[in-house]
Every structure is written in structure tokens, then in C-alpha cells.
Design a protein around this ligand. Sequence first.
Ligand code: C5P
Length: 222
Amino acid sequence: SDSVNIAIDGPAGAGKSTVAKLVSEELGFLYIDTGAMYRALTLAALREAVNMNSESELSQLLSKCHIQLVVNEEGASVLLNDEDVSKDIRSLEVNQNVSLVSSWEAVRVEMVERQRQLAQKTHSVLDGRDIGTYVLPNAQLKVFLTASVSERARRRHEEQLKKGMPSDYEQLKIDIARRDELDSTRAFAPLKKAEDAIEIDTTTLSISQVAQAITDLAKERT
Ligand code: C5P
């Protein structure tokens, strides 16, 4: 396809979604939050008490989940079978189960199929764990964002508080370290920097500095 795609990967809380949103606005591209898709399925599994250790049950559930990523003036929202679940997918329970849900190959294959379809339709910025390595190996620009665990927990903490949601910094640090571990060691399409990705350590950078650096790179390449 002719659409331009930018892949932004990295561990939880490295600032991917905030940065991806800014870059997509600046370039006029669609923002595709792939983590939100895995979170929506996790929420559905929790609600319907689906066994998250069962690959086949999850994959059957996913076939009944219509997941839409909508961007409007109020920001990005996520619809699960037409219900706005943007807040619900950020709960502690979802945080604690999403890495298990997204570790299953059958789940990933279907999600990746949906992500590729979205990406080939329009110029887009995708954020996730495996975009550069697996979903879009031919993306025009691949960025790998990192930051220390404590800095990432601090950012998530502030983000939650700003949204008026309950937050526990120490708990977030534990969750983030655990998700890092699970996401990087899973057998199928683990979190990993693509060989041709540009790594940016954001620990001491502001959001706008990171977004600017990526936008500049994108303009050079497209
Ligand atoms: O990006 P976010 O933190 O919302 O992602 C939630 C979880 O979804 C990750 O910890 C990971 O387990 C999973 N995920 C994934 N592949 C992606 C995006 C997210 O496995 N492309």
C-alpha cells in the first residue's frame, strides 16, 4: 500500500501514547493505539469471566469483539461493541491481566491482522510492543522509546491523577516491572527493539522534545 506508517514501540509508560498522539496530530496522521485493543479484549474477558489461560476461549471471545479506535476533539477513545470503554480499560484489573491475554498467539494473530488493515488504509502512527518487529516490518520510521522504571511509573501516576482516577505509585512500579518482564519474555512477538529502530531514552526529555524529534525524523524520511 502507499500509506506512510510510523512505528513507536517500547515498554509500558515510556510515553508512547502521548508522543504518538502529538506526532499524529502534527503530521495529520491517524493514531492507532494497539495497546488499547489488547486492553479492550482483556476487559471483555474480565466482564464475561472468560478463562484467560485458555487461548481458544479468548480467541473466540475476540471474534465477537468489535473494537474501534475513535479520535475526536475530546481525544482518543476506545469503543468495545459500541460502548465507550476508554476509562475502564485503564483499570488496575486490566493492567494486571493484559499481558497474559496478549501473550497468546491466536489473539495476537487476529489483532495484528486488524492493525495491518487499519494501517494500510491511511497514513498512521502506531504505538505498541511489536509494531516495528512484527506488525509493520516495512514501516518508514521505527522508534523505540525507553525510560527508567521509576520515571515511567511516575508518569503513569501523574497521568492517572490528572484523569481523576485512583493511583498508587508503588503499585504502578510493580505492575510496570512485571509487564516489562512478561512482554519481553513471551514466546510470540515479544517486546524488542527492531534492528532498524531509532532508540530514544526519554528519562530526561520532555514530551514535546521527544515528539519534535520524531516529527523531524518523519519529515526527513517521507
Ligand atoms: O501500551 P499499553 O501499556 O496500553 O499496552 C498494554 C499491554 O498490551 C502491554 O503491556 C502488552 O502486554 C500488550 N500489548 C502488546 N502488543 C502491543 C500493544 C500492547 O502485547 N502491540
